[in-house]
Design a protein around this ligand. Structure first.
Ligand SMILES: [Zn+2]
Length: 50
């Protein structure tokens, strides 16, 4: 696989979070990576992955 493409994909996977309420996956922006964000579908808090 192209190493640049691979880096982009792995970065997106790291930013992906699954909502605990509605179980939808979404990408969290890099700036909010370390913060608790709200699910854009149901508004539930999604805690940072440990
Ligand atoms: Zn949700």
């Amino acid at each position: 696989m192209n190493p640049i493409f691979q880096a982009v994909v792995s970065a997106m996977i790291r930013l992906k979070r699954t909502c605990p309420e509605c179980k939808k996956d979404q990408i969290v922006s890099t700036m909010k990576r370390k913060a608790t964000v709200c699910c854009k579908y149901c508004g539930a808090d999604m805690l940072r992955r440990s």
